[in-house]
Design a protein around this ligand. Structure first.
Ligand SMILES: Cc1cc2nc3c(=O)[nH]c(=O)nc-3n(C[C@H](O)[C@H](O)[C@H](O)COP(=O)(O)O)c2cc1C
Length: 390
């Protein structure tokens, strides 16, 4: 066993390693949800209350967690989701995540607010890459970003629709966590107490790129002086389904809408020609009263009626969690913090460790359930606490 495989036996171990390495302000930024963390905790509670039934005396000696997603075979039923600060927690953390995803044979989603040019990440990260779009106040600049991602060759475009207003996160205010970084006595002191991050991440950006990481994949910031960039990073709260129609017209490859929580919206997205929806509450960050995606998943799967692919995220930390999502009808599970903690703890090796942990847990739980393939999972395997099949 390598040191990492002994030091991190589950995703929680990677989380604790990330907490030790990162400044408090950055760790709180990735670890918390919004307001009272109710949605964040509820995501976990709803997943934990679901039980997986066991079928016995099946030969489970060869268990295969492979799936086909959007027409492409992949080795695991996972997708790495977009997480803006990946490049803040580790030097070129986005490329590290893309490489780990490629090695594991799953897609990686690059966030709009990433810190290395998208073309570089696509080339150096390799594998299958999706591009996630936030739509800023300047709609036309957002369209320019889409054209750039199209030109670069991203396989899939993911439009995030659950973040049109700023999140209510008191930790970021209390910790002076601002992007781009504004120096205060508090956050400088915080950084100085975490020299591994300060030297290994900030120091490397300064040495290699001459300054702190910036947002380089947002056309809305082209030509904007650094000090003013926050004013231009205001999300567009006027966006409607018309914009989705426009995207469908200009994006010739797979198009996904992320942040669906209502069956009627999934149906509408299908009507607008999207290929997939991601049932998500943004990992509990967007709306603290949002339901857990796993709880609304069955009705969304039913409403989608196989017209489109359904992916679920928010709160998935164990292989058994992933199997619950799939048994309830999701075609794949997207993960955010699991691999973000990994990359924050140990870069590409940490992200790979997170995926190896989930892979091993998925295979072990499949064996324990008496199930050899993902295709053979069904609602029959799922129980709610009342004892009835879900
Ligand atoms: C620190 C952080 C940053 C995120 N940044 C983005 C983002 O830039 N774009 C986006 O669509 N979703 C973003 N998300 C949401 C994730 O893509 C995903 O929906 C969520 O993390 C899933 O929940 P989980 O973290 O419990 O797995 C972010 C999540 C976290 C934790």
């Amino acid at each position: 066993m390598t040191d990492l495989s002994r030091a991190a036996l589950d995703i929680e171990d990677l989380r604790l390693m990330a907490r030790r390495r990162l400044p408090k302000s950055l760790f709180d930024f990735i670890d918390h949800g919004s307001e009272d963390d109710v949605a964040l905790r509820n995501n976990r509670a709803e997943i934990e209350r679901i039980k997986l039934r066991t079928r016995v005396l099946n030969d489970v000696s060869s268990r295969d967690p492979a799936i086909t997603l959007l027409g492409m075979p992949q080795k695991l039923p996972l997708v790495i989701g977009p997480t803006g600060p990946a490049g803040y927690v580790w030097y070129r953390g986005e490329t590290a995540l893309a490489k780990a995803a490629a090695k594991a044979g799953i897609p990686f989603t690059l966030a709009s607010t990433s810190n290395t040019p998208m073309e570089t990440i696509l080339k150096e990260g390799g594998g299958r890459q999706w591009y996630q779009l936030y739509v800023w106040r300047d709609l036309e600049k957002s369209v320019q970003t889409v054209m750039r991602a199209r030109e670069a060759g991203f396989e899939t475009l993911v439009l995030t629709v659950d973040s049109t207003v700023a999140y209510n996160r008191k930790w970021d205010v209390q910790n002076d966590a601002t992007f781009p970084t504004r120096f205060t006595a508090r956050n400088v002191w915080d950084a100085l107490q975490h020299p591994r991050w300060l030297i290994g991440t900030v120091g490397r950006y300064v040495r290699a790129e001459g300054g702190l990481p910036r947002y380089v994949n947002v056309a809305a910031l082209d030509g904007v002086p650094l000090g003013q960039s926050r004013n231009h990073l205001v999300k567009n709260d006027t966006m409607t389904w018309d914009f989705l129609r426009r995207l469908r017209d200009i994006w010739p490859r797979k198009l996904i809408v992320k942040g669906i929580l209502h069956p009627a919206d999934a149906v509408k997205a299908a009507d607008y020609g999207v290929d997939a929806v991601i049932v998500s509450n943004h990992g509990g960050i967007a709306n603290d009263s949002a339901p857990a995606p796993i709880a609304v998943l069955p009705e969304i799967v039913a409403a989608a009626n196989k017209r489109i692919t359904v992916i679920v995220d928010s709160g998935f930390r164990r292989g058994s969690d992933v199997l619950k999502g799939l048994a309830l009808g999701a075609d794949a599970v997207m993960i955010g913090r699991a691999t973000l903690y990994g990359v924050a703890a140990a870069g590409e090796a940490g992200a790979s460790r997170a995926l190896d942990i989930l892979d091993a847990e998925i295979r072990r739980t499949m064996g324990a359930m008496g199930c050899s393939t993902i295709a053979s999972l069904s609602r029959d395997f799922v129980m709610t606490p009342s004892g009835a099949s879900n």
